[in-house]
Design a protein around this ligand. Structure first.
Ligand SMILES: [Zn+2]
Length: 174
């Protein structure tokens, strides 16, 4: 797998499609936005502020609910992330292993306010660990057309587009 690069300010793993170069440093999109908004604030100060906010948010969603249930054929794992302070669910990940031992990330969603905090990475790591433990032959992920911006996220885990599935909804050909 390719070697990961990290943001020079907040140390988050860089998404190659959301990376900026400022004064010779590679920084993430979030830090870039903040840096543009407060150009007079030093990098040290920015780092401290960003890490502080992230730490606080992390404490709020430190709770994951995991449910693993048998499917008709194979197994299904459902993970739900919660904001413990507000007592609401903020994201979920559904993954399955079918009777042919093929894993699939069926659905991964995080409420917009809670993105870029590492929840998606946690979901992915847990799902991939679970599949690894069950010795799956291969793993696939369905991405809807129009939702291609998620491809770079999955690319970090070694997933690349391979098949395009065509679907006919109500036999318009007839
Ligand atoms: Zn950053």
């Amino acid at each position: 797998m390719a070697k990961f690069k990290y943001c020079s300010i907040c140390n988050i793993q860089l998404d190659p499609y959301d990376t900026y170069q400022v004064n010779g440093m590679l920084i993430c999109g979030e830090c870039y936005k903040i840096k543009k908004k407060y150009p007079e604030v030093s990098e040290e100060e920015l780092r401290e502020k960003i890490l502080n906010v992230r730490e606080k948010m992390k404490k709020r969603f430190d709770e994951f609910i995991v449910v693993t249930v048998p499917k008709i054929e194979g197994f299904m794992k459902v993970e739900i992330a919660r904001d413990v302070e507000k007592n609401v669910n903020i994201g979920y990940c559904i993954s399955t292993i079918n009777d042919r031992n093929i894993g699939e990330i069926e659905s991964l969603y995080i409420e917009p306010d809670y993105r870029k905090l590492g929840i998606g990475n946690e979901f992915m790591r847990n799902a991939l660990d679970w599949m690894d433990l069950n010795n799956v032959k291969s793993i696939c992920i369905g991405v809807s057309v129009g939702n291609e911006e998620v491809l770079s996220f999955y690319k970090k885990y070694g997933f690349f587009p391979k098949t395009i599935i065509l679907e006919q909804v109500n036999n318009k050909y007839k």
